[in-house]
Design a protein around this ligand. Structure first.
Ligand SMILES: C[S@@+](CC[C@H](N)C(=O)[O-])C[C@H]1O[C@@H](n2cnc3c(N)ncnc32)[C@H](O)[C@@H]1O
Length: 371
């Protein structure tokens, strides 16, 4: 067991084995402090955003020695897993789980510097916590015994330079999706028409891509983010507010382009990471994914491409001339199919079609421009 390994581990298998990743953030990008949320009373309680652990007030107190007992218990549970989860569905192993114990502690304590004293706690020394110790016991049991994803336990995921609130009902953003923002970043540096234009992030989930885009566009650029899921809309709005981007990101509920009729033919860019898992493969997913993440975010129909095909066809009409699109896919097979489809059926509307590889060299994204 080595829980002091670097905090970034990328899944090399597939985006739908859940990658475990934490980055050390520059302090200036970490948004903290009191959280307020507009018109929250109109949101049903099941869809209300839960405050991530690291943002909760440190109102609980325990002794350092009791926290040490919790840490030993949690690490022992992690050790008992061995390679059981890896063998059954490519889930997390003991090393990853021990690292999560460390991250959970970091999010739970008010003062992280106290954690180095856990090795030999001073008698009677107290520590302030953001959740009481009973809740921490309960959360870690859920992690190991029920395979509840770590990100839902702590209520957040580190993605690019952001810490995004997530909870059941909303997809946990994956590392490979970060590349969509990088692709756009390169383009908008060179093209004012794209930098200052209207972008759409379709199926925004936690708002990850929309927020990433909003931070690289020019002063005149803005993003419209859509999702069919009311809870995704609620969490995306929460994250947009936390990053103070309400003037740049507008969230609209509805199916794909339906809420965008007013900007038809005017979009500078369209990006999406839609559901693309073939329906028959959902049962074989890692337990953390298949049991907990929303089917609406995963299931792309019989061959996984129901939504991708719709997006490719509609993007050709929604973009302005010169507008850019980028869609995430399941990998080589889907990317190739979509490129062939667009070359044969949409060539009068789109050009410069490409399949772009992810960090693992898998052709993950299809991109192109409106003529
Ligand atoms: C794979 S998730 C991606 C979420 C987020 N963009 C990300 O990358 O983390 C797909 C998203 O599409 C949304 N979705 C599914 N069907 C939709 C539809 N017909 N219209 C709009 N959004 C839809 C889901 O609710 C989910 O948030």
């Amino acid at each position: 067991m080595n829980s002091s390994l670097p905090r970034t581990i990328l899944s090399t298998i597939s985006p739908y084995s859940l990658a475990f990743k934490r980055q050390k953030l520059p302090i200036s990008t970490r948004v903290s402090g009191p959280v307020s949320f507009p018109s929250i009373s109109s949101i049903p309680s099941s869809q209300k955003p839960r405050i991530p652990l690291f943002l909760r007030p440190p109102i609980f107190t325990t002794s350092l020695s009791d926290l040490q007992k919790w840490q030993q218990w949690a690490n022992n549970l992690a050790l008992s897993v061995g390679s059981k989860f890896v063998d059954s569905d490519n889930g997390p192993d003991t090393n990853i789980l021990c690292r999560e114990v460390k991250w959970l502690l970091e999010d739970a304590v008010e003062d992280k510097s106290i954690l180095c004293q856990l090795v030999s706690p001073e008698n009677g020394k107290l520590v302030k916590l953001r959740a009481d110790l009973d809740e921490l016991y309960c959360l870690w049991k859920q992690r190991i015994e029920e395979r509840r994803p770590f990100q839902y336990i702590v209520g957040c995921e580190h993605w690019r330079d952001l810490v995004l609130s997530v909870q059941e009902g909303v997809l946990i953003p994956r590392p490979e999706t970060e590349l969509i923002v990088d692709l756009v970043s390169g383009l908008v540096l060179e093209e004012e028409g794209l930098r200052e234009g209207i972008w759409a992030d379709l199926g925004t989930g936690s708002g990850a891509i929309a927020i990433g885009l909003a931070r690289i566009l020019g002063d005149g650029g803005r993003v419209i983010a859509t999702d069919l899921s009311p809870i995704a809309v609620s969490i995306a709005a929460f994250n947009v507010k936390r990053y103070d981007l309400q003037d740049k990101v507008e969230i609209r509920q509805g199916s794909w382009f339906e809420p965008l009729e007013d900007v038809k033919g005017e979009l500078a860019g369209v990006v999406s990471n839609p559901p693309y898992i073939p329906s028959s493969q959902i049962v074989g997913l890692q337990a953390e994914v298949g049991r907990y993440e929303p089917r609406l975010a995963l299931d792309g129909g019989e061959n996984g491409m129901d939504d991708l095909l719709h997006l490719c066809e509609a993007a050709a009409l929604m973009l302005k001339p010169g507008g850019f699109f980028a869609f995430e896919t399941n990998g080589e097979k889907q990317s190739k199919f979509l490129l062939d489809f667009m070359t044969q059926k949409l060539a009068t509307n789109v050009h410069n079609l490409e399949a772009i590889s992810d960090f693992c060299g898998i052709k993950r994204f299809v991109t192109g421009f409106r003529r």
